[in-house]
Design a protein around this ligand. Sequence first.
Ligand code: AMP
Length: 215
Amino acid sequence: MRKYVIVGAQGSGKGTQALLLARDLDLVHISVGDIFRWHVQNHTKLGAQVRRTMAAGELVGDDLVERVVRERLEQHDWNYGFVVDGFPRNRRQAEFFLESYDLDGVIHLDLPDAEVRRRVLARRLCSRCGLDYNLIAHRPKREGRCDACGGDLVIREDGTEEALAERLRLYHEKTDPVIELFARKEYVFTVDARDEIATVQRKIRGHLSLPPYEG
Ligand code: AMP
């Protein structure tokens, strides 16, 4: 059983790295942000509760977040373990998590703020089919148009300069202390997130003494 948490600013590649780990090691990838986005897209009651907070780049209340994480982990579909992405984001969430689970490793993806800005402000989303683009790494063939359905590409609701500035401020204020807290109790290591996806994944596997990444 392997239990990991991946921490990093928006745009640091948390989701991508978590997915690669989960895919090859049969872990369950739990992204709190994805769970919330699913609820927003499907217009659930929970979606209505979190939509505005998310769009403003603010943090959803701890009680709600803890409930979502608890319910997700209580499904016990993680026979080989899990990798949690986007949680914990503050001290209280970290304490809640440490009370219930022993972790095998905390992966900290480190990305300078200037690079976070460059990456996040390049994100686009198809307004029709929801496909993600990035004007740096995944450009559409025709400017402003989705390759798959021809829909208009738009900036994500939480992808504006204002929302990003708020998220970065909160990240440093609230999440930096989480890394310190974990470091006292768990195995935490930092990987430079400016490297290419495969390089970052190889380094993560090295730190966790896992079979090497073949991708
Ligand atoms: P993410 O995709 O992880 O960046 O999450 C998207 C948004 O969901 C965040 O900007 C928050 O509004 C909300 N969110 C996700 N995870 C948490 C968390 N652990 N605590 C509070 N809010 C969260």
